[in-house]
Design a protein around this ligand. Structure first.
Ligand code: ADP
Ligand code: ZN
Length: 431
């Protein structure tokens, strides 16, 4: 087991909570310096960090939403002098106008530290070569991991996303042992490797760090099996720096959320009420350490829960379960609530399935129609049509049993559905 900052990673609950309280007070003091929070906090009777007496006092503070960040654009959330800002990043804008986060030099160092511990937790070391296939630029995936990998002494190939041919050439030439990518891209890359006649055993890959989009356990297992490598789940969002918020350790059983930097709450997305530990709800985070852009009780819209109990790796920071999706990803089809992740779980658990799929919802008279387009493996696709009909029937049955909706299934040839360089876009609500 390799630790980057052992003392902090294995800190006792008691010490962690007193560190969090001290940092929460400092966070409130920083927030009071911003135009955005000044009034909001004062209205609640909070005029200084010393008005916060316990961690529970955070519940007196209102939530911050993505919309608030847009309203505070461009500098309403800046808590430091502009000359102390050394970089900005922005979200990829999946759900609208991107939001901007500023960082001081210290913020970048803190972020790098959090990601260094994350990479070390998956067993990465200076013996490794990492091909970083996440986009470099305003998006946080590229540069974030880049700095941490360098910090650990890894050899970094700043490949960025896309250009699959070149990615393959670099994998062969430089022998990356680790890749950092979205899970959907690794599934696509595999199809291209096969087309080029390259077997994973011709490469040196040992592990993949995957994140930036929801994916099921079956997708992890599939990537592990296809490539013969370990796959670790990485969670983050640009509002909380980017990757390095929560990361799986070698146990691969939930993602340790670095609680010395992020104060976590799970709330009922409907009522805003804080839920008891272990219940599923929306993740709310506060930036305990960030200087330039302090955020209090930021509603991530991501649905998850805390995994109870301790992890055998020795890290004491609590673990998040795989993200089920965003609260706004939920589809209501003929009155039934469905998360795309539930559909993915069913289709990706079938061995005949290929590496890509799409979910389409249309109006059909007074009702809604769910169409699932899914790629199937090359062997299955060349089979006779009776087998394909049988397979369709099986998918319909499995999906109906899981989501209580009877979908229309379309089977497609491997590699024929569209792929995206960044986050996969797989849901099309055409109603
Ligand atoms: P945007 O909100 O524009 O997509 P980001 O690029 O900051 O902005 O993406 C962060 C979001 O990506 C998270 O809030 C979450 O919804 C999703 N995400 C990131 N990592 C994971 C992961 N490991 N599993 C599921 N979803 C993830
Ligand atoms: Zn662990």
């Amino acid at each position: 087991m390799s630790f980057y900052h052992g003392a902090l990673e294995t800190i006792s609950r008691e010490d962690l909570e007193s560190l969090q309280l001290e940092r929460l007070k400092e966070l409130v003091d920083r927030a009071l310096k911003t135009d955005f929070y000044k009034e909001k906090l004062k209205q609640k009777g909070i005029n200084s960090g010393s008005d916060i007496k316990s961690l529970k006092d955070i519940e007196k503070i209102s939530f911050t939403s993505k919309n608030d960040l847009r309203e505070a654009f461009p500098y309403g959330l800046l808590a430091v002098d502009k000359k102390d800002v050394c970089r900005l990043h922005a979200s990829s804008g999946t759900t609208g106008i991107p939001t901007v986060i500023y960082h001081t030099k210290e913020d970048i160092n803190t972020w790098t530290g959090l990601l260094s511990r994350s990479l070390a937790a998956t067993g990465c070391s200076s013996d490794d070569v990492i091909q970083n296939m996440m986009t470099y630029g305003l998006f946080t995936g590229g540069l974030g991991v880049h700095y941490a990998a360098e910090e650990l002494g890894m050899m970094v190939i700043p490949a960025s996303s896309g250009n699959t041919k070149k990615q393959i050439t670099m994998l062969k030439d430089f022998g990356a042992t680790v890749v950092h990518a979205t899970p959907s891209y690794l599934l696509h890359l595999y199809v291209k490797l096969e087309e080029a006649g390259i077997k994973p055993s011709d490469l040196k890959l040992k592990k993949a760090l995957v994140g930036a989009e929801p994916h099921s356990e079956d997708v992890r297992l599939k990537i592990q099996e296809l490539y013969g490598m370990d796959v670790y789940n990485s969670y983050g969002l640009s509002e909380m720096n980017g990757p390095g918020v929560a990361f799986e350790c070698e146990e691969k059983n939930g993602m340790h959320l670095w609680e010395d930097s992020f104060l976590l709450e799970i709330i009922d997305p409907e009522t805003g009420e804080v839920l008891p530990e272990g219940e599923e709800g929306e993740l709310v985070l506060s930036t305990l350490t960030r200087q330039a852009t302090p955020l209090l009780r930021y509603r991530t819209r991501d649905l998850t829960r805390i995994i109870p109990g301790s992890c055998s790796c020795g890290r004491t920071h609590r673990r998040l379960a795989r993200i089920k999706g965003r609260s706004d990803d939920m589809l209501i089809i003929n009155g039934v609530n469905v998360f795309p992740s539930q559909i993915e779980e069913v289709i990706m658990s079938l061995k005949e399935m290929g590496n890509n799929y799409q979910i389409i919802v249309q109006k059909a008279g007074a009702l809604d129609k769910l169409i699932v387009k899914t790629e199937v493996t090359a062997e299955v696709f060349t089979d006779d049509t009776r087998d394909l009909e049988k397979l369709k029937k099986k998918i319909v049955e499995n999906l109906s049993a899981s989501i209580f909706i009877k979908p229309v299934i379309e089977l497609h040839e491997s590699g024929s559905l569209p792929v995206y360089e960044g986050k996969a876009v797989r849901v099309f609500d055409e109603r």
